[in-house]
Structure formats: structure tokens, C-alpha cells
Design a binder for this molecule. Structure first.
Ligand code: PBG
Length: 326
């Protein structure tokens, strides 16, 4: 008698759900939202179909739309009214994120997470304070230690506005420790930090940089974001951030880095987040537009795979569409 072992027995419609190993639910998802201080109207983001930059006056409406789908958490990104060398609108009390978060926290039940970075706020588009000669010398970019205080100030200003969680994304060494100290001193010991602990220098961020107007004016981010070739280094980044006080560790991007999601899951007891980034979203949309892929099926499969790899929570531009379907 051959075959004796028949896995197909467990694939009938009746039993498949019973033996399913992984489930995706709306409560795993975080929806990114873009708030733009330079506009009075919603502006469609061309490379991210279905997403818009909304004015501060519509931040609450935008979040209500997310909540209506069953997604309960949002990640707020800001596009400031002006930019300067040190990204001062990132930590201004009346900055775009601070104003939006104040409204969202007061008027909705959303769990509000904020992206803590300077790249949307600096006129050079890098994620921190620049070395003097950086524009002329490609080996120079961000001054690590001078950037820490600005990140900490940004995180504290978000917490003061009512953010439930802060998510530093600049890959500055020591950022989690500096932000933890800043939050604790300001009386926000209960505000958790989700660190973009393992963030690669990835070409998959292209559409986001259009959306948030955060592309570097010169050079790239390889001096602070991780080399896509590296795996052991990811564990080192994750361990350092955990030691500095991170509450959640994120791996970014998602789909091309599922091995890293699995590694971090196995080496840490903290919750692991995966960021299904803008390029992953744009890819599926572009293929679906041509009729080459089914958008909802491939989106669902992508997110399910992130959970299977070990992610507990997922940041995704598909959050609303998938939650609606679940
Ligand atoms: C800010 C930030 C970026 C993303 C999230 N936070 C851009 C970058 O690092 O270039 C990318 C998100 C995406 O592509 O969806 N530093």
C-alpha cells in the first residue's frame, strides 16, 4: 500500500480550518495614516492607491474610517509646514503630528502610535543632524549622538499630545535608551516603545518617500540603516534595543525579510512587529492593475506569511481592506 501517509486527508473543507496553524485578525493590524500640514484638502498618494495625505482638520475623520473597518491601531506620520536643518517641526508643540494626535486622542478610541524620526522634517531629508561636510562627502551623514536628544524630544512631545506608543525609526544607535530616559523623566513611564529595531536600507521604501516627502536630498541611508545582506547583525540590533528598553521589536521591510522575522521571534521574548512597507503594497497593486495577480488574495497571503514567520503585529497599508474582508 503506497502512499501510507496522506496529508491530503486534512485538506477537506470541513477539517482545513480545524488544523489551520496561523490566523490573521484585524486586531493584529496597524494602519499607517499621513497627516499633512501643507494642505487643506485630502491629496491622493499616487504610488499608494487608496491612501491619501489628509489635513490636520481631517485627521479624526481619517482615523474613524480606519476604526470602522475593525482595525484599532494607527501609526501617524506627519508632513510638516516647513523644514529646516535640525527638523525642529518634529518636536514642536504645535507640529503636525502633535496637533493631529491631540485631536485623535481626544475624539476617537484608536490606539495611537507615532513614527519618531526626523527625515520628513529636515531640509536635507536625512534622519538626524548632519555632519558639516555631508553634502560634499558621501562618507559622511548623520551625527549619531547629537541626534539622540532631538529624537527624545520628539517622542516626549508626541506623548504629551496623547500618543499611546512611540515608534522610533531612525536607526540611530542608542535611540531607544535616549527615548526611554526622556519619556520616564517627563512622566511617561507607561508609554511603550516599538523600535524599528531591524530596519534595512531598502529600495522598497520608494513610494513612502513620495508620500511623506522624506527622500534624502543627497546620498542614501546606508550609513545608518542596515545592509540587506546581513542576518546576524539583525539579532545584534534586536538585542541592543531590547536591552535599552524596547517593548516591541520591529523588522522592516516585511515580505523580503521573513527569515529575519523568524530569527528575531526565536531569539527574543518581546512581541515582534513586521512592517509590510510601501513598496510591497505598490507591487501588488501594480500587478493587480494589469490583471496579473488577485489583489486581496495576495495581500492576505502576504500578511498571513508574516504571522507564520513569527510576527505578532503587522503594519500595513492593506489594513483596512483586509480587516473588511476578515
Ligand atoms: C521614516 C520612515 C520610513 C518608513 C517608515 N518610517 C522611510 C525611510 O526610512 O526611508 C518607510 C515606510 C514604508 O516604506 O512603507 N524614517
Amino acid at each position: 500500500m503506497f502512499p501510507t501517509d496522506r496529508p491530503r486527508r486534512l485538506r477537506t473543507d470541513g477539517v482545513r480550518p480545524l488544523v489551520s496553524e496561523t490566523a490573521l485578525s484585524a486586531s493584529d493590524l496597524i494602519a499607517p495614516v499621513f497627516v499633512d500640514a501643507t494642505t487643506d484638502e485630502r491629496v491622493a498618494i499616487e504610488s499608494m492607491p487608496g491612501h491619501e495625505r489628509v489635513p490636520v482638520s481631517e485627521a479624526v475623520d481619517r482615523v474613524e474610517e480606519v476604526l470602522a473597518t475593525g482595525v484599532e491601531a494607527v501609526m501617524v506620520f506627519g508632513i510638516p509646514e516647513s523644514k529646516d536643518e535640525v527638523g525642529s517641526r518634529a518636536y514642536a508643540e504645535d507640529g503636525v503630528v502633535q496637533r493631529a494626535v491631540r485631536d485623535i486622542a481626544a475624539e476617537t478610541d484608536a490606539y495611537v502610535i507615532t513614527d519618531v524620526c526626523l527625515c520628513e522634517y529636515t531640509d536635507h531629508g536625512h534622519c538626524g543632524v548632519l555632519e558639516d561636510e555631508a553634502a560634499d562627502d558621501p562618507t559622511l551623514t548623520v551625527r549619531n549622538d547629537e541626534t539622540l536628544e532631538l529624537l527624545s524630544n520628539t517622542a516626549v512631545s508626541h506623548a504629551e499630545a496623547g500618543a499611546d506608543m512611540v515608534a522610533p525609526s531612525s536607526m540611530t544607535d542608542g535611540m531607544v535608551g535616549a527615548i526611554r530616559e526622556g519619556l520616564d523623566e517627563a512622566g511617561f513611564a507607561e508609554v511603550p516603545i516599538m523600535s524599528y529595531a531591524v530596519k534595512y536600507e531598502s529600495a522598497f521604501y520608494g513610494p513612502f518617500r513620495d508620500a511623506a516627502d522624506g527622500a534624502p536630498a543627497f546620498g542614501d541611508r546606508r550609513h545608518y540603516q542596515m545592509d540587506p545582506a546581513n542576518r546576524r547583525e539583525a539579532l545584534r540590533e534586536a538585542r541592543l534595543d531590547a536591552e535599552e528598553g524596547a517593548d516591541v521589536l520591529m523588522v522592516k521591510p516585511g515580505l523580503p525579510y521573513l527569515d529575519i522575522v523568524r530569527d528575531v521571534r526565536e531569539h527574543s521574548d518581546l512581541p515582534v512587529a513586521a512592517y509590510n512597507v510601501s513598496g510591497e503594497y505598490a507591487m501588488l497593486h501594480a500587478a493587480a492593475d494589469r490583471g496579473w495577480l488577485d489583489l486581496e488574495e495576495t495581500a492576505h497571503e502576504s500578511l498571513l506569511s508574516m504571522k507564520r514567520a513569527g510576527a505578532d503585529l503587522i503594519l500595513t497599508y492593506f489594513a483596512e481592506d483586509i480587516a473588511d474582508r476578515l
